[in-house]
Ligand binder design. Structure first.
Ligand SMILES: NC(=O)c1ccc[n+]([C@@H]2O[C@H](COP(=O)([O-])OP(=O)(O)OC[C@H]3O[C@@H](n4cnc5c(N)ncnc54)[C@H](OP(=O)(O)O)[C@@H]3O)[C@@H](O)[C@H]2O)c1
Length: 285
């Protein structure tokens, strides 16, 4: 049975993706933030899919020590129960913030969770993904368009604008997928970025301030999270992995011209410094 890790699994897009993938018979390793939210999501899914194969993990992925801890638990399970293969990793956990806030590592929170958590988790699970010739899927957003990476101050600490920080993090998600393909597509790994569209979730209401206010109005126009869940399922289902980079509603779409292999390399170097890890050609198990 193919195993798939999904982060941000307890609500919104992640929850509906876990439900769909579990219903399709995948073994889902679902990562949430808070234990009680994991328990609630588990009950919710099992009410409809009694024999769902889901393991739950709780971790604050904003903190790098927590990413390493949960990756360790996932690796132990893959080693013990399976063949050491991870079919797919869906880096979906994300947040929005109204003002500059930092993690215990001292990093701006949107950048830490939306970008660095996926970078580090993928690094930790890479040997398992390579062994499976697996897939990495990033939850990006169309809001990545019309923005550049602020390389001189990537966390916008000198002049913080929460929307710019969010958009930039979503641009970095595509750059990360591009960089993974540049490094590992020749070894059978494929990486993608998904634009979920405007989705009616509570993402903007988990923070106080202007973002909470604006999101309450904006999300009313959003679709159900069951809609983007189908794109993750589509990217997982094909026996032959699709070759595009950026997908919306199960179709390849165009993305910002800011997405280049050169910028992807730069993001890998910067994220590697910030996480203390290095991606290389020697990651096989
Ligand atoms: N909604 C949209 O219109 C839209 C559009 C484009 C892209 N996206 C992206 O879609 C992804 C999912 O968002 P969503 O809209 O489905 O919102 P959501 O319902 O708030 O889902 C976010 C998930 O991430 C988890 N999370 C938050 N902080 C975390 C932390 N520190 N550590 C671990 N997990 C954490 C949340 O858990 P808790 O609730 O327990 O904290 C939740 O499970 C995000 O990457 C977002 O940027 C959303």
């Amino acid at each position: 049975m193919n195993s798939i890790v999904v982060t941000g699994a307890t609500s919104g897009i992640g929850l509906e993706t876990v439900r769909l993938l579990a219903g399709e018979g995948y073994h889902v390793l679902a990562v949430g933030h808070i234990q009680t939210h994991c328990e609630k999501a588990d009950r919710d899914i099992r009410a409809g899919i009694h024999d769902a194969k889901i393991e739950w993990y709780a971790a604050d992925l904003m903190q790098q020590r927590e990413v390493i801890r949960v990756a360790g638990e996932i690796k132990s399970l893959l080693d013990e129960r399976g063949d050491g293969k991870l079919y797919a990793l869906i880096n979906n956990a994300g947040c929005a913030r109204s003002w500059y806030m930092t993690t215990e590592d001292g990093y701006e929170q949107q950048f830490a969770l939306n970008c660095l958590a996926g970078f580090l988790l993928t690094h930790e699970l890479l040997p398992y993904l390579l062994k499976a010739k697996g897939r990495v899927i990033m939850t990006s957003s169309r809001s990545h368009k019309g923005i550049k990476v602020h390389w001189d101050d990537v966390m916008l600490s000198k002049r913080y604008n929460p929307l710019t920080a969010y958009k930039q993090s979503k641009l970095c998600n595509i750059l990360f997928a591009q960089g993974l393909n540049d490094l590992y597509a020749s070894e059978g790994l494929r990486a993608y970025a998904v634009d979920p569209g405007l989705v009616n979730t509570d993402i903007g209401n988990k923070t106080a301030g202007i973002v909470d206010f604006v999101w309450r109005l904006r999300k009313r126009h959003g679709v159900s999270p069951t809609v983007p869940a189908k794109t993750y399922s589509y990217l997982c289902e094909h026996t032959k992995a699709p070759t595009g980079l950026y997908y919306y509603l199960c179709k390849e779409r165009s993305y910002s011209k800011q997405v280049t292999s050169e910028s992807a390399k730069r993001l890998f170097a910067l994220s590697g410094q910030l996480c203390g890890v290095h991606y290389g050609k020697d990651a096989k198990r």
